[in-house]
Design a protein around this ligand. Structure first.
Ligand SMILES: [Zn+2]
Ligand SMILES: [Zn+2]
Length: 249
């Protein structure tokens, strides 16, 4: 008499199996998410490591001198009648793979697109891309790059700078303004710390959904990639913080 009943699962058995699977998913998904975030974080560091190597190669070929931060990735700081100049980072017209005529002096050393975009950044750009200063509505949000050069280094010789381990070369910014840390945000190729205009971002490994309490990566003049905090921005801009005002609190 039990022969027929043993042929398949009973409804109860099926429900038990489904709830066990659901329980396992609930346990595993957050840690999978964490692993994915960590993987992106590590890939971002690898990008910046390459930026560090590029700096030394570029310097070697150019009498030890850095380019200007505003004309490093693109060759012109601004073109006449360019209404979207602060939207270059996400404007498909400024994708250097397809429009190499705009390429700046660093481009020959790091051709290709992926290396210029942190794997965590496209999601940030989707969420906050229109918040950056002087955004022009209607320009598509398709990131071309998201690393900014320390503007202090513009046109300087690497050898003239002391404490290479404490001066950052390229780093990541947020797309939005958080007083008192920054009064501008990511909207060009320079990270300028004059009067707290820009600061390091917070979008990596943020614990809260608002992305305000995370960290970002930066590569330093000694070639090392470090994880940096928003409050480190001024400390790592120039040797001994010279010619810079400290962060207000
Ligand atoms: Zn990153
Ligand atoms: Zn824009």
């Amino acid at each position: 008499m039990t022969r027929h009943r043993r042929k398949g699962f009973t409804l109860i058995e099926l429900l038990v199996v489904i709830s066990i699977i659901a329980l396992l998913m609930a346990i595993l998904l957050p840690s999978l998410n964490r692993v994915r975030k960590q993987a992106k974080f590590v890939a971002c560091k690898a990008n910046l490591k390459s930026y560090g190597l590029m700096a030394f190669m570029y310097a070697d070929d150019n009498d030890g001198r850095m380019p200007n931060a505003w004309t490093s990735f693109y060759n012109q700081r601004t073109y006449r009648n360019e209404p979207h100049r602060y939207c270059r980072w996400h404007n498909p017209d400024w994708d250097l793979v397809h429009n190499p005529k705009y390429a700046g002096p660093f481009w020959p050393y790091l051709k290709g697109k992926d290396i210029h975009i942190c794997p965590s950044f496209p999601r940030i750009a989707n969420m906050f891309g229109t918040l950056h200063p002087e955004h022009v509505d209607g320009v598509p949000i398709k990131p071309n790059y998201n690393y900014s050069m320390n503007s202090y280094l513009s046109d300087k010789k690497i050898a003239s700078i002391k404490r290479h381990a404490e001066v950052f070369f390229f780093g990541e910014e947020n797309l939005w303004i958080t007083s008192p840390y920054n009064s501008y945000a990511f909207n060009d190729t320079a990270m300028c710390n004059y009067q707290q205009w820009d600061s390091f971002g917070t979008f990596h490994l943020a614990r809260r959904a608002d992305m305000e309490d995370g960290v970002v990566n930066a590569v330093f003049l000694d070639g090392q990639v470090k994880t940096v905090n928003r409050i480190d921005s001024w400390r790592y801009c120039a040797p001994d913080g010279q010619s810079l005002s400290p962060v207000k609190d």
